[in-house]
Design a protein around this ligand. Structure first.
Ligand SMILES: [Zn+2]
Length: 262
């Protein structure tokens, strides 16, 4: 499967360096599959959709940085997207869902419950149900799934695409692994913010990345279950240590420069 990396949102908070919303566009036999959706065109047209926290992050309003723009740039149309697999449903990951209302949404059962029917008070600001109001087909994957690799388990939601529960950032957070032509690509979502946490290298130079303290601080603030962070980082480190595996985070701009093209 060909795996394309794209920017679906650029966040420019006053208190930290810019962050991206990194999504994958996968050419799958079942159609185009998105891994995460970043911010959508409706969010950029009206940032009030993102709520108070979203507005604080000051997203760029350039519609060329959306999953829809990435899909169109590849020569496809929005309706070619048949499935969307999300790491979680925070507003900076689920915003593009409304650009692909016909797509089947895959998420963990825990995440869907947290975002819809069993939202706890501290979670109210992070989920924006308007973002998936037009999504009608939701597949909720319950439990840990089948043993996968490196001590992890997962749900094969489509051939070659595995949803790997990795709770912590949210109660139902997961990583998403895609068997790409050039090796396994693991989208870690927000299981790590700073890619140096798990020893990632600069994709251009191959040099080991340095720490980004501001991104790490934000990770701690935004984490629902902070006691799980270290275990998740260790799991990502084990995966990334395999030369045939590339682990990417959602927000570290060094893994996908702000001006990256599809
Ligand atoms: Zn995020």
């Amino acid at each position: 499967m060909r795996v394309h990396h794209a920017v679906a949102g650029v966040l420019r908070p006053r208190f930290a360096a810019p962050a991206v919303c990194h999504v994958l566009v996968v050419e799958h036999e079942a159609g185009l599959v998105l891994v995460d959706t970043g911010l959508g065109t409706a969010d950029l047209a009206d940032p009030r959709r993102l709520g108070p926290v979203g507005r604080m992050l000051r997203p760029d309003r350039d519609p060329s940085t959306t999953a829809l723009a990435a899909v169109l740039a590849l020569g496809h149309s929005a309706t070619d997207v048949t499935h969307v697999v999300v790491t979680h449903l925070d507003f900076d990951h689920a915003g593009g869902l409304s650009d692909f209302p016909q797509a089947v949404l895959h998420t963990t059962a825990t995440e869907w419950a947290a975002a819809t029917v069993a939202t706890h008070a501290p979670e109210r600001l992070r989920y924006r149900p308007v973002q998936w109001a037009t999504t009608s087909d939701v597949r909720r994957h319950a439990g840990p799934g089948e043993p996968w690799r490196d001590g992890l388990s997962g749900h094969e939601v489509l051939p070659g695409i595995v949803l790997v529960p990795m709770a912590g950032h949210t109660r139902g957070h997961a990583a998403v692994a895609v068997e790409g032509d050039a090796g396994l690509v693991v989208h870690a979502g927000d299981a790590a913010f700073d890619a140096s946490t798990f020893g990632a290298c600069d994709p251009g130079t191959g040099e080991v990345l340095g720490k980004l303290p501001a991104l790490r601080a934000f990770e701690t603030v935004a984490c629902r279950q902070p006691w799980r962070l270290r275990r998740n980082h260790a799991a990502l480190r084990r995966l990334d240590a395999d030369p045939a595996v590339t682990v990417v985070t959602a927000h570290d701009p060094r893994q996908l420069p702000v001006d990256a093209e599809v």
